[in-house]
Design a protein around this ligand. Structure first.
Ligand code: PLP
Length: 304
């Protein structure tokens, strides 16, 4: 029987039983039965079936892995996470994520003005919001409003121009100043299909010279205390754990240097994405050659 590699990518979420694909949850309904029931309501395809229990399961798995790694490594820091809204903005997904994530203070990441508006509406106060991607002055102002509303928000700049906007808005508006993050451009190349978004040839992030300039600008404008986070992204679908280890060492060194330069409130390294999804149907062509356990262990061990 052809199983389409369900044992490779299925993570036990689906089972094959008597020739039928079944959802491995509660009464284990088969996809065929579900389709037949939907047909009875006169709905026609194509249709997407969503299983919100899988969202809950993934969130639990993420946090329990990092909690275990933090405990085993005797690490003093904490793990926080944000869901990047660009992955899925549909209410069916976002509401399930926010509802299940609230117990962990799981937050949202916004990469555009529309996503920021969505994050402001959906994120419970106390859970983090991070803002990445291209920003104009209007978007920066929206970030200040979110901070003023009481959100735990960090605006991550990808260039010095964006920092100028943050300084301008801080001087012009009488609003609470959000946390400032800086995307750093690492020497190490990432891997995977989006590798070009990291590494020295990358379009995004500040070089070490620009970083020094950013610190000077923040200091001159009395805003250095708002600088709390550095960010990097190894590129999506990272295939090998060695890539992560390399960039974590580099990012850790930059973090330490910035602390020495007087960035006293710097307290977070946002390691972006990269954690791959296994799409492969064949054992010989795995897209992810590591487990979430190895991923979380590497992050906590190396940053410690
Ligand atoms: C897309 C994105 C992520 C998620 O990255 P994946 O590699 O797709 O998981 C995380 N952080 C930021 C800033 C992103 O833009």
């Amino acid at each position: 029987m052809k199983t389409y590699g369900i044992d490779i990518w299925g993570e036990n979420n689906y089972i094959i039983d008597q020739g039928k694909v079944k959802v491995n949850y509660k009464s284990s309904p088969s996809l065929l039965e579900i389709t037949q029931q939907v047909r009875k309501t006169n709905l026609r395809g194509p249709l997407i079936l969503r299983f919100p229990h899988l969202i809950g399961k993934q969130i639990d798995m993420l946090y329990s892995n990092f909690r275990r790694a933090i405990f085993e490594n005797d690490y003093n820091g904490k793990f926080h996470a944000v869901f990047p809204l660009k992955v899925n903005q549909f209410p069916e997904a976002v509401d399930a994520i926010v509802e299940h994530g609230e117990r962990y203070s799981y937050g949202l990441e916004a990469g555009s003005k529309a996503e920021l508006a969505l994050a402001m509406a959906k994120t419970p106060l106390g859970s983090p919001i991070t803002v990445n991607g291209f920003k104009d002055e209007e978007m920066v102002t929206l970030g200040f409003m979110a901070a003023h509303m009481g959100h735990e928000i960090t605006i991550t700049i990808e260039g010095l121009g964006e920092l100028e906007w943050i300084i301008d808005v801080a001087q012009q508006c009488n609003l609470k100043v959000p946390n400032v993050g800086i995307r750093v451009r690492l020497q190490s190349e990432g891997s995977g299909i989006w590798a070009k978004s990291s590494g020295l040839s990358a379009k995004f992030g500040l070089t070490s010279t620009e970083l020094i300039e950013a610190i000077a600008m923040l200091r001159e404008n009395n805003m250095l205390q708002h600088f709390t986070m550095i960010h990097f992204h190894v590129g999506s679908q990272m295939q090998e754990i060695a890539t992560l280890k390399r960039v974590l060492r580099e990012a850790g060194n930059i973090y330490a240097e910035l602390k020495k330069m007087g960035a006293d409130n710097l307290r977070a390294i946002n390691i972006g994405g990269g954690l791959a999804v296994e799409y492969s149907q064949h054992p010989s062509t795995r897209m992810r050659n590591y487990t979430l356990e190895e991923f979380s262990n590497s992050v906590v061990y190396l940053l410690r």
